[in-house]
Ligand binder design. Structure first.
Ligand code: ADP
Ligand code: MG
Length: 294
């Protein structure tokens, strides 16, 4: 830590405090994320190890925030990341509403490239949301906060906790208690983020887990085994029943968005996870959204 001079506090999330700091010798500005080590006898917390492992595997993508160094500090660890000016949550908060389509398109394009890269490396991020998408001073978007990322096993045999992803961006299979899930949870979150960029406010702002499901159902309609056969196998399917509701067309929800944007949005916001359009395919689909930023 001696090699850095702390310049100020920039953020605090679920898993640590983040400081802006300057490398004393090189003058490089970085973001230092302190991860607490709760019980020393357990060694380095899994949370931190997961983050480091996922980041090391993705250090080659320009759309993933770069991890520069890791070192022990006190009873914890410090991760040094390239410094980013802002995040997408702040951009949405301060933008004139709604964001111009060219802006939506270029943010989405960078997000999709980052997500495609993670998925190609079998990493499911699991907590994609505007606050975890950092923006550089030149406007580049990079995915951050791999605290919840887990190396995804392609055979799908591992069981995961369903309490992942900040509620508003949480996929319906997680809301129904799924313990086995895949890249689809990230693609749902991408849809929520795209909708939020078009809308200027969150698409599904549920105040608790049940209400979250209600928010989704209000727009997509009640999921039936006809459109989503696997729903009957989800742990909480029989525990929660909702009255039959028809879907609301997306053009009514987002009247200012272009038909092409809504068509793409509809391909992310699908109940069956496997039907959601893959991040690698999406880059091609973005062509239909017209020009982005140069
Ligand atoms: P948590 O797991 O606690 O949510 P994050 O990695 O998401 O931790 O960091 C919390 C916040 O700190 C972010 O939302 C962002 O505002 C800020 N932050 C994180 N990393 C950086 C960075 N590399 N540059 C600038 N700000 C950052
Ligand atoms: Mg975060």
């Amino acid at each position: 830590m001696d090699q850095y001079c702390i310049l100020g506090r920039i953020g605090e999330g679920a898993h640590g405090v983040v400081f802006k700091a300057k490398h004393v010798e090189t003058g490089e500005i970085v973001a230092l994320k302190k991860v607490a080590l709760r019980r020393l006898e357990d060694g380095i917390p899994n949370q931190a190890l997961r983050e480091i492992k996922a980041l090391q595997e993705t250090e080659d993508s320009p759309y993933v925030v770069q991890l520069k160094a890791v070192f022990p500090h006190g009873a914890g660890l410090v991760l040094a990341f390239e410094f980013m000016l802002s995040d997408l949550a702040e951009v949405v908060r301060h933008a004139q509403r709604p964001l111009a389509q060219a802006h939506v398109k270029s943010y989405l394009q960078m997000l999709l490239k980052g997500v495609a890269f993670c998925h190609a490396n079998n990493i499911v991020h699991r907590d994609l949301k505007p606050a975890n998408l950092l923006i550089s001073s030149s406007g580049q978007l990079k995915i951050a906060d791999f605290g919840l990322a887990r190396i995804f096993s392609p055979d799908g045999s591992r069981l995961y906790t369903h309490q992942v992803a900040t509620r508003w961006y949480r996929a319906p299979e997680l809301l129904y208690g799924a313990c086995q899930y895949d890249q689809g949870v990230d693609l749902w979150a991408v849809g929520c983020i795209m909708g939020e960029l078009l809308n200027g406010s969150p698409l599904f702002p549920g105040e608790n887990d049940i209400e979250q499901l209600c928010c989704v159902l209000r727009i997509l309609g009640t999921p039936s085994p006809k459109v989503w056969p696997e729903i009957t196998e989800l742990p909480d399917y029989k525990k929660i029943s909702f009255k039959e509701q028809a879907p609301v067309p997306l053009e009514e929800v987002l009247p200012d968005a272009s038909p092409q944007a809504l068509d793409l949005l509809g391909q992310f916001l699908l109940y069956p996870p496997r039907q959601r359009i893959a991040a690698s395919q999406e880059s091609a689909c973005l062509g239909v959204l017209g020009p982005g930023l140069p």
